[in-house]
Design a protein. Sequence first.
Lengths: 467, 235
Amino acid sequence: MPTLIDKIWKRHVIRELSDGRTLLHIDRHLIHDGSSRQAFDGLRATFRTVRNPTLNFAVVDHIVSTLPGRTGESYPPGQERIRALRVNCIEFGLELYDVDSPRQGIVHVIAPELGIALPGCTLVCGDSHTATNGGLGALAWGIGTTEVMHVMAAQALLMRKPKQMRVTFRGTPQEGIYAKDLILYFIGKHGVAVGTGFAVEYAGDAIRTMTPEERMTVCNMSIEFGARMGIVAPDDAAIQYVAGRPFAPTGSKWDAALADWRGLQSDPGAKFDRDFEIDCSHVRPQITWGTSPQDLVAVDEPLPDPFAVADPERRAAIKRALTYMALTPGHTLEDIPIDYAFIGSCTNSRLSDLEAAARVVQGRKVHEGVKALVVPGSMQVKAAAEAAGLDKIFIEAGFEWRNAGCSMCVTSNGDMVDPRKRSISTTNRNFEHRQGPQARTHLASPAMVAAAAVSGCIVDVRKLLKR
Amino acid sequence: MQPFTSVSGIAAPLLLPNITTDAMSPTIAGRSTSADLGALLFANWRYRPDGSEIREFILNKPKFRESKILLAGPNFGCGSSRERAVWALLRFGIRVVIAPNFADIFYDNAFQNGLLPVTLPLEKYSVLADAVSQVRAPMMTVDLERNVLQSPDGREIAFEVPAERRTALLEGLDEIAVILRLQSYIDVFQTADRRDRSWIYLERAMPGKSHPEQGLHPVPDKIELPDKVENGTPE
């Protein structure tokens, strides 16, 4: 009884090697300014070309300025890499969504948005959050720069088939609980290494009732518990999402694709190497307190006390994280003042994320002393949000309304949190120094970030939704 | 790729769990292509904000400045896919990382660059960690030809590495060479796949210099396939 991942894997096998590796066809390759340069250099040095240019797409996102009126020169340290990507795309004949393109945006936001990611396709990118595309039923994963070169040269990768895990989300989440809370809850419960060596299929009624954008948020964070691939079986909602997008098939090709996509789900009785189940009905708003995505509490739950932890390694890790975050055990995070509120990143920068945040912000003001940013995931998301008037809600409240890019999630473009300042962020990583040297990051849903921005401190968003 | 046969040197214990690639090579090291990756290895743990060294950090201690081996905690290399983390370790002089387990992307990236990640079962790992922690300047040898490492107390510990990775490291073989030897299989696959999954193959005008797609070339009726690909490594 094959799983969804078995089915997709099988049809991409070019050749199985006797050492257990598989040469796997890659249908779509996304290239960005952060991880591609040495790969192009490698091709050039060995006189190789890009095998299938039309299956490769490039975009500037990591190192690009998000300021209004930005150009490729707005952030001086980024000029060199942006110029290199332009030159490389011309030399190797690749399509680039440059700073001024209406299609520019975070690579994992534009791939679904442009119809580049399709159900049942294999898709890779030199970025660990590539599994975001799994929200549409693409088998998608992140690779290193050497493998970026391999895909460009061969449109194929040598892979070992990962073990498979199913995570079933059951039940109806309460008001004020979002896809972000559910995946954070899972990571908090099972830790950052539970998915190492595994590809994950997300299933259950709570996933089925999610929109494709919400599923992308769930799949996005697969790597935060170690899983390179995360996927949701494509259904009507996914297919409707894809229909009519610029690179989606049309006419007879659409019909053929549709017939194929209808068969993309795990067979009843399919076996997984590991199986988890989460009851969503009692999940409360989640927020990280420490420096690893597994350092999680519900917003009204006390922080862990290292002295109450028996395992010496875990005790040391908790102590270290509490010290870094300047927090005291036993307290909840509620009422802790914040300095930054960031809404953006491949986890939570799509239109529905901005809508959820705007619902909280509407009629309120960003608290004095808080620097609050909205960085839409793509220029198309930005345009759609502006058409819906969301920009006005944010700007009137005192948020900065930026252009698309990775921004304060990875800080490659200079958007960062000042030392020892506290940030609440819709991003995916709260590592030490991630949002800037000594920056203290709390990960949460867009609604929770919006609630903190207007309150000046961490609050339970459910209190603000009741009005 | 630089071949790997055997490495002897100081082993630095950095036994924290879940060490991220962000910690190994922070964003600042990626902004400029001229950044000295080795000097910026673990930059936020090695230096204060004013640039001065934090003496207590293991790699700043006199005996460990020349470390060639890193003994790390579980789930080493989690987080970002940045291959720069591997380059930073290599530039510093680290050729081997030993841990109970590694994050998947880091593990692959390491092999692609001639850095040997050694996964040790917990029991062997604990014995080694004890031995390394008890000596001031723990010298170790990691011998890939014999699949054996020598602990600072002289004890030999066997380890396993996937066979194809081992061969590639010993021979300094780049994986791209293996892949491109299988090119005719890719041709065959794409020819059939264009019929079966026509929607995957996008036809669109491409900018820049024209590179005709190989898959669009007329494919000969009979394609010569390399006969010895089974072991995945060239003769």
